[in-house]
Write a protein that binds this ligand. Sequence first.
Ligand code: CA
Length: 328
Amino acid sequence: MLGVAAAFLLALSAIGWLQLTDARSKLAELEEEYRRLEEECEKLRSTAAQRVTLKWASGTWPAREVDATGDGVPDFVIDICPWNLKSGKGKYEMTYDPVTRTVATVVDFQDLEPHDWNTWVIGYPEVYIGRKPWGSRYVNGFGVNFPMRVGELEPFLVSFYFSFEELDLAGYNFAADAWLLKERDSVRGPGAGELELMVWLVGVNAPGETVGAERVPIVINGSFAKALFEVKLVPQEDRADILIFLLREPEYRRGYVAYDPTMFVRLAVKYARFDVNGHYLIGWELGTEWVAHRRASASGPAWGKAAWVLKDFQIIPRATLVENPRSP
Ligand SMILES: [Ca+2]
């Protein structure tokens, strides 16, 4: 009887052993599968939209092309653009997070020194499509028809969410910037007879003489408006003129915005001191010109702090906004 019981127990433990071995090999298989999926995921992450982090250090100009759609074609550039920042103690960073589709910018200086104390603006952290006047490569994954002759504009829509999270500066804006150049392919800094066009949604101390007012269709937080823009001109003899459209009504602080940039370019023809119909629009930029606080002496230490987010940045080529769409 004892022998039967012992044999039975032995058989049971053998079954247990077999089951354990089976479970172990299953676990090994799962671990292998998990490793494979992780590798695949990593590969997808590196070919698809990437997280980008730019950090400024003295003497550097961090900028990066971003492929937001993951098709291998860059869609826009994020650029810290520290053009008047020589040195400083602090932080100047931009990041792009493809999961939340958010560009976040942080400016935080306790003590900085500009290249030129007579120039108020320190930098213009920005997102742009197309190219800069001094750059030859168009970054244009959204497919806008750059370079675009001003006399033959093709509409496009720009749409995004914007919000300042922190703001402690002597001057600032959140504004679009664009260049109308005389020659289609010139790769140099813009000069006399060319135009810098700006569209300020928020900001203080816009320079220039008021030369007019215009109503332009815009969607702000889901509401269509024929928004009122003050028009200001900064004529310059040896440099490009600056034409600024300054949003006055409705007031905008944060949220979703959509507009057709070519509407402002069309209006620029009316206000420019020279004929720009034959000029070329080469891109569209969005960012913040920032001015640091200064001590009373003209060249004492300067400081300032700001943080903003730009989300869901989207461009729709060949689309525009109309007030009263005709039914199809
Ligand atoms: Ca892309």
